[in-house]
Write a protein that binds this ligand. Structure first.
Ligand code: UD1
Ligand code: CA
Length: 453
């Protein structure tokens, strides 16, 4: 039978003290609401309805057309939020999962087990709960003496005795859809926060004699709700540990995993070694047997097998097999390095293609350039790519040798096997197999010292 999901994400997230909507805050590089959507997808739920807050255009834009959206003008509580979808959904058959946009850590295994439990028990409402030694802030699951679920009491409404309860609600539920919308009409707001609480649906259904259940998640960590920056950091730590464990299980060496920061969607091949303090972000793919040293920051890049990146910043770039980068280099967007290229210290490469076995070993700026195979770019070489208005190309053929401290004033091309004398400022085309010298000849004045004194 069809299962759909409603994501509640209208709350501003006041406790985050942020200009940014809460659900757009990132956990290991992915906005928390995206984690929630991914988790639902893993559990086979793709028919997703979001409830967003007034002024949350940024969230709406982020979600795009794949997720149906509605606006809850006033945040009158979680039950009120679900009611925003009443017109569209109240007559629908099947089951509806309601999940908070601020619980990004629920795993697909738990989602699946939770759904199966709901279907197997045939209950009208199933709560995803968990046990914790620190239940403060969460709704508590109140059970009857025979163990069956009676109701959920919110932290702010709980008696001292109820506050002692260690079983808490994750805020995630599965309902029989029609039963949900019928019960929602009866939820009141006579409570400590004057809000319409979704958890009240549980006792309403129960009082009607319907079966309600709680599936206890084996792991409280999964159900962590992120209300403030402290919880955000906790969530990041939990997810980081999961990500890092997965990489280690796949054969990647993380020398000090606690201090290694890898975003959720990064891929790394086996026998690669990642040193502490490395930050690997975005849609990055790292091959096998790669070494990433400490302090390296890689964002949205591809690093092929056997490459080594030392203490460098790599953004939107491609690094070929066996290529070495750094120490202290910067590869900027569209830097594309072939196989066995060498980029040495204090070299910046932007929007340039460097063919196999080419070398830029020290202190250079290479921007808007194409460099052929095996060419050697001497220390201090600069591609002069910008005239203050426009950017121009520098083309260097294969097996060229650019002497130290050359300025290559673009647009300019240097042919295969040509030499540029050290210290040259090249402004004109250099054909293949040539030597270009573009500097003043040396004048030496003998006995200059004596004459002056
Ligand atoms: C909620 C639950 C609590 C549960 C906890 C788990 C209620 C009343 N309380 O408490 O039982 O233990 O989550 O993390 O449901 N939202 C709206 N519209 C509103 C109010 C909230 O869309 O009018 C959204 C928020 O954006 C958020 C979610 O609902 O994503 C939960 O709201 P929040 O204020 O974080 O509730 P908690 O106090 O954490
Ligand atoms: Ca919350």
């Amino acid at each position: 039978m069809q299962t759909r999901a409603i994501i509640l994400a209208a709350g501003k997230g006041t406790r985050m003290k942020s200009e940014k909507y809460k659900v757009l805050h990132e956990v290991c590089g992915t906005p928390m609401i995206q984690h929630v959507i991914n988790n639902l997808g893993q559990a086979g739920i793709t028919d997703v309805y979001a409830v967003l807050g007034h002024g949350s255009e940024t969230v709406g834009t982020y979600l795009g057309d794949g997720i149906k959206q509605t606006i809850q003008e006033e945040q009158l509580g979680t039950a009120h939020a679900v009611m925003e979808w009443r017109e569209a959904l109240s007559d629908a058959e099947g089951h509806t999962m309601v999940v908070c946009g601020d619980t990004p850590l629920i795993t697909d295994t738990t989602m699946q087990a939770f759904m199966n439990y709901h279907l197997d028990t045939g209950s009208k409402a199933t709560i995803l709960s968990s046990r914790t030694g620190e239940p403060s802030g969460y709704g508590r699951i109140v059970r009857k003496e025979n163990g069956s679920v009676k109701r959920i009491v919110e932290d702010k409404d709980a008696t001292d005795l109820e506050r002692e309860i260690k079983e808490v609600s994750s805020g995630t539920f599965i309902f029989d859809n029609k039963a949900l919308f019928e019960a929602l009409g009866q939820v009141g707001n006579d409570n400590a926060q004057n809000e319409y609480y979704l958890p009240d649906v549980v006792s309403i259904l129960r009082d009607k004699g319907a079966r309600v259940e709680a599936y206890i998640s084996p792991d409280f960590e999964e159900t962590l709700g992120i209300n403030d920056r402290v919880a955000l950091a906790n969530a990041e730590e939990i997810l980081r540990k999961r990500i890092n464990t997965r990489h280690m299980e796949n054969g990647v060496t993380l020398v000090h995993p606690v201090a290694t920061y890898i975003d959720a969607q990064v891929e790394i091949g086996s026998d690669s070694i990642i040193y502490p303090g490395a930050i690997i972000r975005g849609n990055t793919k790292i091959g096998k047997n790669v070494i990433i040293s400490s302090g390296t920051e890689i964002n949205g890049s591809t690093i092929d097998d056997d490459a080594e990146i030392k203490h460098s910043v790599v953004t939107g770039a491609g690094v070929g097999k066996g290529t070495t980068v750094g120490p202290f280099a910067q590869l900027r967007p569209q830097a594309e390095l072939g196989r066995d290229v060498k980029i040495g210290n204090f070299v910046e490469v932007k929007k340039s293609r460097l063919e196999d076995e080419s070398k830029v070993s020290h202190l250079s700026y290479i921007g808007d350039a194409a460099i052929g195979e095996r060419s050697n770019i001497g220390c201090g070489t600069i591609t002069v790519n910008y005239d203050g208005k426009n950017k121009f190309l520098t083309e260097i053929g294969a097996d060229a040798f650019i002497g130290c401290n050359s300025n290559l004033v673009a647009p300019v091309s240097i042919g295969d096997r040509s030499f540029i004398a050290a210290g040259s400022t090249i402004t004109d085309e250099v054909p293949e197999d040539s030597l270009a010298i573009a500097r003043n000849r040396q004048t030496t004045k003998k006995d200059y010292y004596k004459k002056d004194n």
